[in-house]
Design a protein. Structure first.
Length: 249
């Protein structure tokens, strides 16, 4: 049943895309909360977040949802006339946050720090998506080809920290987060292609508002980078404080 009183849309925003991104954020926070509980030894029996299909599949789906939204968002930004100047301003924030993630992870996980995680990958993929956007309908087969490329093309040259960002590795590196350009650029290109197709043929599916019950997700979805950067320090800080209180008690 549709809410008879949909929330008014914020000018310049696509609330339905924001709500979808907001859902991805909630899923990510819940995933990391479970990871933190396991890391602190509070989850019994302990979970294997690196090999168990229960957790690796969720991680892949969460990353895919974010990249699909990012690709669609690029389609909408370009239709709205977002120039390269604005693009580089936003891109610089992503790169800055990626560097902070690397530094923070090196302190917390010195043996498996994040040299090329989701923000690092997104920074490069956003440039590629912007340049490839004129391909239009060809984005779909190109995305499919990129998704399949690492399955049949790997080389030891790409196994170092300096080259594994490409994604053609012979084995997954030991790191807390790894989102290489291949195959993940294919997912972003699908999001870009979907955004272009919807804007051209079904703009009403994107331009409409959301029911009031989904408005918190839409609001959350407008701040993905902020939430991404703050949620883990807040979660870990709260759980660490709770552990200290338990020891005192």
């Amino acid at each position: 049943m549709h809410d008879p009183n949909p929330v008014a849309q914020v000018p310049g925003r696509f609330d339905r895309l924001d709500a979808l991104r907001g859902a991805a954020i909630v899923w990510m926070v819940l995933f990391h909360f479970c990871f933190d509980l396991n890391h602190l030894g509070w989850w019994q029996p302990p979970q294997d977040f690196y090999r168990s299909a229960l957790w690796t599949t969720q991680r892949s789906l969460i990353v895919s949802l974010f990249l699909l939204c990012a690709g669609a968002g690029q389609a909408m930004a370009m239709q709205a006339g977002l120039g390269w100047r604005r693009f580089w301003q936003r891109w610089a924030r992503v790169v800055g946050c990626a560097l902070l993630v690397s530094a923070g992870s090196a302190l917390m996980f010195p043996n498996s720090w994040i040299s090329f995680g989701v923000l690092h990958g997104m920074a490069l993929m956003l440039i590629a998506a912007r340049l490839l956007a004129p391909l239009g309908a060809w984005l779909w087969p190109l995305g499919a080809a990129l998704l399949g490329l690492p399955r049949w093309l790997q080389h030891g040259f790409f196994d170092s920290r300096w080259t594994n960002w490409v994604g053609l590795v012979t084995h997954k590196p030991i790191t807390e987060d790894y989102v290489p350009v291949l195959p993940w650029l294919g997912v972003m290109l699908w999001g870009l292609g979907a955004g272009q197709w919807l804007l051209a043929r079904r703009p009403g599916l994107l331009a409409g508002g959301v029911p009031s019950t989904l408005s918190p997700l839409a609001t959350l979805g407008r701040w993905p980078l902020t939430v991404y950067m703050l949620h883990q320090p807040l979660l870990i800080g709260a759980l660490t404080a709770l552990a200290a209180l338990r020891r005192v008690a």
